[in-house]
Design a protein around this ligand. Sequence first.
Ligand SMILES: CC[C@@H]1C(=O)N(C)c2cnc(-c3ccc[nH]3)nc2N1C1CCCC1
Length: 311
Amino acid sequence: EKNTAESSEQVVIFEEKITKVNGEVGIKRYQRGKFLGKGGFAKCYEATNLETKKVLAAKIIAKSSLTKNRARQKLISEIKIHKSLQNTNIVQFEHVFEDHENVYILLELCSNQTLNELIKRRKRLTEIEVQCYVAQIINSLKYLHASNVIHRDLKLGNLFLNKSMELKLGDFGLATKLEFEGEKKRTICGTPNYIAPEVLDGKVGHSFEVDVWSLGVMIYAMLIGKPPFETPDVKTTYRKIRLNSYTFPEHVLISDSAKNLITRILNLDPVKRPTLDEIMSHPFMNTGGSIPKTLPLSTLACPPSASYNKQ
Ligand SMILES: CC[C@@H]1C(=O)N(C)c2cnc(-c3ccc[nH]3)nc2N1C1CCCC1
């Protein structure tokens, strides 16, 4: 007979009271779906818009967890920046609303999770796959930097994959918008393994080049299987970053052009790092199968990466 637990499973709806332009009050309803995990202060779920039937990813933040001003400011900044972005390789910001208890952020669903899970399963990716993901990351960063936004927390866990394995940059919780040409930021933030040396230095200020540094760390991590400066203890990781101390393990075969690109990007001096365009035209990004030069890279269909949820 039917399992009573299933039948008693309660359906959770969160609703948004909206006032239409003609002053009429309406209600938008979303049905909460499966739990996706925790992200910072947020509990994340699938959410279905009951009117459009569109399935989204909902970040639900309890207002009670936003008592400290720093957490509130961070959330306000994340929403303000992410809301303003629109790019095929950036997670689409769908909607935000609040009720008495929570703030609800509705985002594009990325059902193949992140590059972090992909690497955990696959151990490491082929150079062709890495070229393909790097091209999509650079597309998102060129758009982001052109909008005067620095992400500042680029890492495999913030690179989402949708059902077609297209890459979507997400999580703008540490992003910042530069207000004037040449502005330098000083707040020390980021994830230990991916943080640029000038951010650690804290004296000179940092800018767009910190995202290029993190890209170099990610290329290494995708090809080798773990980030270059990783150690069990954060202080040691920071020392390795400041000393630029990392090696290419003997047992992992990677091409000289891959090593050359990583070495050029992981330069302690931000001004000596290649620009995003220079990375795109580096030999590593243009070797492998004979990809006709005439095709714009965006038409390059990525090789099939084993998608994550092969249930
Ligand atoms: C909603 C937060 C975050 C996120 O920012 N996006 C875009 C996202 C999209 N799809 C998913 C997703 C779909 C199916 C599994 N995960 N997850 C996302 N996450 C995860 C949830 C838990 C930690 C970070």
